[in-house]
Design a protein around this ligand. Structure first.
Ligand code: F3S
Length: 394
């Protein structure tokens, strides 16, 4: 692979032990995928933040990096942590877990990584531009940035994203190249989609069917950004879709070659069946919304729906700290709290240890959360739209 003088120097250890070690990892990755050169990245998003996901080995690795003075070279945001970093006591997060989670957060902070703890960095101060090369790792954020923004990223692992942050580079392969961003399957949607959960169900189903192909959707007319983030998150979870295009909606849809041989059609009955597949019961112990992290519009919608109610079970909506602050200012958080709910920042239903907090059955409106919660959180899932979930706990 061609390396600039500065990159050669990093590889030779002239920029210190940490950069040498991490840059070596990037070169190896580039060699495996046939990259011809390195490219500078505009921003990075690092996943692998929750103590539940990385445990003691990951925590020690981060502490080691931080102690050796590793420093982020570009704007770097963090994926959700395992708990709300401010309200963790009030919400009942286990003490030991909290202690270890804070070790991880301190290490990232020492490295100059912004403690945003969100999977929607694009709503919280890290918005890439069209065609900007970035190195992000959380699969729904990768899908959104590639598809809805038209930025360019592969799905980075935790270590390769950290390496991109510390070295400011990523190997140029995969979705960084225009030739690899062309659709490989057409998906025609012949169904009424109104709720965010409808898009989650569609995404779950399409991800299962297309695996790692690049879908080009037709027939989807009025999807807003909340719908698209839900769709992309579910497709990345049940399949490995890191980029999709939607006719007349996403920015590359007018530029790509849409002459694709394979087409599938999704009908209303397929969406209805997916709700049944994903739902394992009724009567949840808790309802958790906000996967991917909720936008202000989604928090406002919940506040409107629970205003004046007394909920019988807890309802959380997970979001970034930035959205929570806006929700606090607007009184949405207070309205939700008065009904018995909580706007939870910095974490989510999947990466927090909810199984240790006594919950066994969780209501969600996210296709991605429904996909992961049975395995990763030992939860029975109630998958439904927001209105049905609120009804279940009212
Ligand atoms: Fe985000 Fe957690 Fe869902 S990281 S996409 S809210 S599983």
């Amino acid at each position: 692979m061609y390396l600039t003088k500065e990159e050669e120097a990093m590889l030779d250890g002239e920029a210190g032990e940490v950069k040498e070690r991490l840059f070596r990892l990037l070169v190896r990755l580039g060699d495996i995928y046939g990259a011809e050169k390195m490219i500078s990245v505009g921003s990075v998003q690092v996943a692998g933040v929750s103590y539940k996901s990385i445990g003691e080995p990951g925590t020690t690795f981060l502490e080691d990096m931080a102690s050796k003075d590793a420093k982020a070279q570009v704007l770097t945001f963090l994926n959700p942590a395992g708990m709300d970093l401010e309200d963790y006591k009030e919400l009942g997060f286990p003490k030991d877990f909290a202690k270890n989670q804070l070790r991880i957060i301190n290490s990232f902070k020492q490295m100059g990584i912004v403690i945003t703890a969100t999977c929607t960095p694009y709503l919280a101060g890290n918005l890439p531009r069209f065609r900007e090369h970035i190195a992000w790792s959380e699969s729904s954020a990768v899908s959104f940035s590639n598809s809805v923004i038209g930025a360019r990223t592969n799905r980075e692992g935790g270590p390769s994203a950290l390496a991109a942050s510390i070295c400011g580079r990523t190997p140029e392969y995969g979705l960084h190249l225009w030739k690899n961003r062309q659709p490989t399957i057409k998906v025609h949607v012949d169904a009424e989609l109104s709720f965010t959960s409808d898009y989650g169900a569609l995404g779950y189903l399409v991800g299962k069917k297309v695996k790692n192909k690049i879908p080009f959707f037709t027939g989807m007319k009025n999807a807003n950004t909340d719908h698209l983030k839900s769709l992309g998150a579910a497709m990345a979870a049940s399949g490995a879709v890191a980029l999709y295009h939607v006719e007349n909606l996403t920015p590359e849809s007018d530029l790509i070659d849409t002459d694709v041989a394979e087409t599938i059609t999704i009908e209303q009955k397929d969406i209805d069946e997916t709700y049944e597949t994903l739902s394992q019961g009724t009567n949840p112990d808790i309802v958790i919304l906000g996967c991917p992290h909720a936008s202000l519009r989604e928090i406002a919608t919940l506040a409107e729906k629970v205003d004046g109610k007394q909920l019988k079970k807890p309802v959380w909506i997970c979001t970034s700290r930035m959205m929570k602050e806006a929700a606090d200012r607007m009184g949405f958080s207070q309205t939700i709290k008065e009904a018995g709910g909580h706007v939870v920042a910095d974490t989510c239903m999947v990466v927090s240890p909810i199984e240790q907090m006594g919950y066994k059955q969780t209501g969600v409106n996210s296709g991605k959360a429904a996909n992961y919660m049975p395995g990763f959180c030992k939860q029975k899932v109630v998958f439904a739209n927001i209105d049905q979930l609120i009804m279940e706990v009212s």
